[in-house]
Design a protein around this ligand. Structure first.
Ligand code: FA5
Length: 348
């Protein structure tokens, strides 16, 4: 009996040593130490032995069983440690490697510029007015003194909206002037910013572009007020207090007199050349940059919205926002602003 116990013990220990998983150990535990296991068979057969043998063999059987139980627990612990080692080998990380900075987006340079414009005008007491991108012919043209048969309509190559009667993608922000004046009495001091559309496409013209419109109507508003507001605006957005403005006679049917507004080039400060006589590319050596149109609101437009044109006068202007962004950031092709190429956009 004693030798049987010794054999069982050495078999069990050898099998435990070879076991590679918890499941194998569990099977061995059941086989040797379970209720119907091989050790219990031995315990059951003790009853057939003499008293003396029962004592010695029983003691040996008990000690061996305890020894095997300990060996099983040790094996479980070993397997657990081994599993940790495997994970540690496979899933290690080097905490000294520099981290990867996640890409964080930012507002587009046109949106940022529009915010800046709103801030500069907000400080001068201008509110922001809004109008629809798809506009009626009535507001886009007729109310602005541009009737259907008038050649001035040809100045703005228009997208007409198919199947919508006399609707256009607004060609400028000027219709917002009309909408605002129709619903507000003077004094008026508003700007309007947004998308505008024309059938244009070249380095400085695109089918969709942004304009800012300004309108100020009250008693005694003059071109001097217009010049002061625009000079302040351009000095602020181009961050150059030396900027000067000039007006050139021009024609827009909704203002009289009408003019083009130019400002001195923020790169060469109106000189046309840089240090060492290098020609200024931005203004093409002329020292001035064209910014947009302006003028005194035409009395007919004031009357169209029910204002007394004898009592009230006002100025209006409409500038290309994209053009101003190009000047501010020295961008030479308008399309770069709309292509969403991150190599370009991330520079700002
Ligand atoms: C107008 O749109 C007038 N409504 C401006 C105005 C308002 C005059 C109030 C008087 C009183 P004009 O067509 O010149 O004007 O356009 C104004 C500016 O918009 C231009 O100077 C230019 O900077 C910009 N612009 C015009 N067409 C495009 C285009 N296709 N792409 C980019 N910018 C454009």
């Amino acid at each position: 009996m004693k030798s049987k116990i010794e054999i069982l013990k050495s078999q069990a220990l050898a099998a435990l040593k070879a076991a590679k998983s918890d499941a194998e150990v569990r099977d061995l535990e059941v086989k040797y130490l379970g209720r119907n296991g091989l050790f219990n068979d031995i315990m059951k057969s003790l009853k057939d032995l003499s008293d003396e043998e029962k004592r010695t063999v029983g003691k040996l059987a008990n000690e061996t069983k305890t020894e095997l139980e300990a060996a099983v627990q040790k094996k479980y612990a070993e397997l657990e440690m081994y599993a940790f080692d495997v994970i540690a080998d496979k899933e290690w990380m080097d905490v000294t490697v520099p981290g990867k900075k996640p890409d964080v987006g930012h507002r587009h340079l046109i949106s940022k510029f529009i915010d800046d414009l709103e801030v500069v005008f907000g400080r001068m007491g201008f509110a922001v007015a809004e109008g629809p991108d798809i506009e009626t012919e009535h507001y886009n043209f007729d109310q602005l003194n541009m009737p259907a048969d008038h050649p001035s309509r040809d100045m703005q190559d228009t997208f007409w909206v198919k199947n919508l009667k006399r609707m256009v993608l607004r060609t400028h922000t000027s219709p917002v002037q009309i909408r605002h004046m129709e619903s507000h009495k003077p004094p008026v001091r508003v700007i309007s910013l947004g998308k505008t559309f024309r059938k244009d496409s070249d380095a400085t013209h695109s089918p969709m572009f942004h304009q800012i419109e300004g309108l100020m109507v009250d008693t005694d508003i003059s071109i001097a007020n217009l010049k002061a507001v625009l000079t302040h605006l351009l000095q602020q957005v181009f961050e150059d207090p030396s900027i000067k403005t000039r007006f050139r006679t021009s024609y827009f049917p909704f203002v009289e007199p009408g003019m083009e507004v130019d400002c001195t080039c923020p790169i060469c400060h109106g000189e046309g050349k840089l240090a060492d006589n290098v020609p200024c590319k931005l203004c093409k050596q002329c020292g001035w940059l064209e910014i947009g149109g302006a003028g005194m609101v035409h009395p007919k437009v004031l009357e169209n919205v029910g204002y007394d044109s004898k009592k009230y006068t006002g100025f209006a202007f409409g500038f290309g926002v994209d053009r101003m962004v190009m000047i501010r950031h020295r961008v030479n092709h308008l399309r770069l602003l709309f292509e969403n190429d991150l190599r370009f956009i991330d520079q700002f």
